[in-house]
Design a protein around this ligand. Structure first.
Ligand SMILES: Nc1ncnc2c1ncn2[C@@H]1O[C@H](COP(=O)(O)OP(=O)(O)OC[C@H]2O[C@@H]([n+]3cccc(C(=O)O)c3)[C@H](O)[C@@H]2O)[C@@H](O)[C@H]1O
Ligand SMILES: Nc1ncnc2c1ncn2[C@@H]1O[C@H](COP(=O)(O)OP(=O)(O)OP(=O)(O)O)[C@@H](O)[C@H]1O
Ligand SMILES: [Mg+2]
Length: 246
């Protein structure tokens, strides 16, 4: 893992040079992926890196985990509480749709959840402009393949340093980097609604997705679940469909 970490750090430094920017920032949730990325960007840019905590109805335990990650990585930090912003904006949108008689309750939870991810993206880009930094993404190989991220939300970033690593490998990297044990062992969650866990929502575990990505045998049912997610999210990984005048 030491060699891989060294290569990622050099790659991050090269990205900063090529983009002619001054540093790197990442949203720190208290989860595993952002803990690893916070450590990597701190090592790549010791004096020009930032971890941003953006609670939206975030539980105390996740807030504590996020603070512990910031402390462990020894990275400069900033907290922007977006709870009220989200509330005001989503209320307005819901009211508008209700007045029109076209509010769709079935998709309400998902719509509000994706708005959280997109408010965080807007916040990160506003701060990135302030510092002349790049926004660093936290997607791992399993999330990327399954499209398990919000388009233009947590997927709206400039560079992806850990996208070639499975969740298992990201966990190994976290242990190597000294990420707090509680964060290394906790269940992955997008934390977009209460008690959400990635594996419950996807209907397949990261261990199984990782095994599939490594070319190992998995059940036909799990393979079908993964391939369905992959196909439905193809649009998140490809360029924009563009109409061309023949
Ligand atoms: N074929 C197509 N071509 C072009 N665009 C297409 C499209 N189909 C849908 N779209 C567009 O894409 C939208 C759907 O995509 P999107 O908005 O991303 O939404 P969607 O994929 O439905 O939901 C995001 C998923 O990612 C999960 N997530 C989000 C954020 C963080 C994490 C985490 O692990 O931390 C997980 C979240 O729990 C949820 O399951 C549609 O509303 C539509 O605008
Ligand atoms: N409360 C938050 N504050 C700051 N950034 C956040 C917050 N919630 C989510 N994010 C950003 O969105 C990203 C996507 O969330 P995701 O849950 O996939 O990663 P994670 O929380 O770092 O790890 P895990 O998947 O193990 O929960 C995070 O890595 C982080 O950059
Ligand atoms: Mg999380």
């Amino acid at each position: 893992m030491e060699n891989e970490v060294k290569k990622i750090i050099e790659w991050l430094q090269e990205q900063v040079r090529q983009a002619h920017v001054d540093g790197l920032l990442v949203g720190v949730s208290g989860g595993l992926d952002s803990a690893v990325v916070a450590n990597l960007i701190k090592r790549a840019c010791p004096d020009n890196s930032l971890g941003v905590m953006m609670p939206i109805h975030t539980s105390d335990s996740n807030l504590i985990d996020a603070r512990n990650v910031i402390e462990q990585a020894a990275i400069d930090s900033l907290t922007i509480d977006l709870t009220e912003t989200h509330q005001v904006m989503y209320d307005q949108i819901q009211n508008g749709l209700q007045e029109k008689g076209q509010f769709n309750e079935t998709n309400d939870q998902l719509a509000g959840a994706n708005l959280r991810a997109r408010l965080r993206m807007s916040t990160l880009y506003t701060i990135a402009t302030n510092y002349n930094y790049l926004v660093v993404g936290t997607d791992n190989a399993a999330e990327w393949y399954t499209g398990y991220f919000t388009k233009y939300g947590d997927g709206g970033v400039d560079i992806l340093p850990i996208v070639d690593f499975t969740k298992t490998e990201v966990r190994e990297m976290a242990a190597f980097l000294g990420v707090p044990e509680q964060v290394v062992t906790k269940k992955p969650s997008a934390d977009l609604w209460e008690d959400q866990t990635d594996e419950q929502e996807m209907g397949v575990s990261y261990d199984v997705i990782d095994a599939y990505l490594k070319g190992q045998e998995i059940s036909a049912a799990d393979k079908a679940t993964i391939e369905r997610m992959h196909q439905r999210t193809e649009h998140k990984r490809t360029g924009l469909p563009q109409f061309k005048r023949s």
